[in-house]
Design a binder for this molecule. Sequence first.
Ligand code: GAP
Length: 457
Amino acid sequence: MTKVTMDKIVNLCKTRGLIYPGSEIYGGFANTWDFGPVGVELKNNVKRAWWKRFVQEDPNTYGVDASILMNPKTWEASGHVASFGDPKMDCKKCKQRFRADTLIENHSKGKVSAEAMTNEELTAYINENHISCPHCGGFDWTPIRKFNPMFTTSRGTLEEGADVVYLRPETCQGEYVNFLNVQRTARAKVPFAIAQIGKSFRNEITPGNFLFRTIEFEQMELQMFCKADSSMNIYDDYKSRALQFVKDVGLQADHLRFHDHDKLAHYAKAACDIQYLFPIGWQELNGIHHRGDWDLSRHGEFSGKSMLYLDPYTNEKYIPNVIEYSIGADRLTLALLCEAYDEETLENGETRVVMHFNPAIAPYKVAILPLQKNLSDKAKEVFALLSKEFMCDYDEAGSIGKRYRRQDEIGTPFCVTIDFDTLEDDTVTIRDRDSMKQERIKIANLVSYVEKKVKFN
Ligand code: GAP
């Protein structure tokens, strides 16, 4: 089996137009990435699949697209202003900042879980085990402090007196603040969910590993509002649905596992991650959180608006519990890139790099390749036909073998070749990316042939 490394993925993404380093002509901007023509299709397909599964196909889920900039009180209510933060410490020698829990987990090679430790326990462990600075080797730490990862900006034309506003560090607050709006306008009955996909920003202390942890990323989040007595069942249900979804988009079952949290926020009833076996080891892919009635209660308190729900069947009034399901679109895209990557040795001894994406997620569905340039008029007709239905690529440059390789490297499931017989009988050769088998079919049957194979179910 091919050994996938992050370097191989980064390199392929850059050279094949999937993902480039951000602001590259200026020397880059650390931990930002720009999706290129192929990558943007891949990520859009990931987001579409999620939306289809969790919003379109679920009559009890309603989509929103809330503002990134929110009333700053939102972040007081959510607790981000006061206490959101990881335990950070600086090396006094080289001035680098680190997460204390990550230092311990790395030092113990993952054997010690520092997730549940208090600051005193973290400090004691670091001192007893003499954990030195990974950057300069020094052992001279500042006390552990919380560090607020929210980016701030200001609103107002004059700098003095301008109000501080925050770039949202998670999208879910846009769902909580619209609970009353959606419930009333959609005439929604509990249990119902609000979902959205959007950008979030975090001034992460330890960003890195390509798309894994960046400072700007997209989240696909869903908040299910429910009654306390059914909340645990709904939590379990979202655990299974979340797992099924990542399998269906293309992640292998034995590269996935649940990880229950040891340390819960004081209001939370349960929390777990689905982890994926990235080339850097088992890491969080998404979270499922039982948040009790904390979010709506806090927004009720800070806004002065009652978040009480009147049950139309029982006439009971209560503040709904929230089950949250949250997954990063970029992090899932990275997992799919790692899963799809393969280097195959062919019968002639050559190696081909091929991305075995689920066809529904693949950036382009079909590449149209005229065997020779003087077949381009017919090939463009076929492109016009297919591109009405699917994202297609058109390539007439270079040998047919090289053109197949280029499509394999971006994971295009089908290549359609136009040759001289096409002019005679309106048939084309269609080549399957994975088996490399070719068959001859009528142009009139192409759309239905491809359609069946690229649908996300
Ligand atoms: N509203 C809950 C929430 O934001 P989280 O565990 O902090 O929970 C949810 O984030 C998901 O968002 C993660 O499981 C991951 O997929 C993604 N994510 C979080 N921080 C990220 C970052 N810095 N870069 C890329 N993806 C990130």
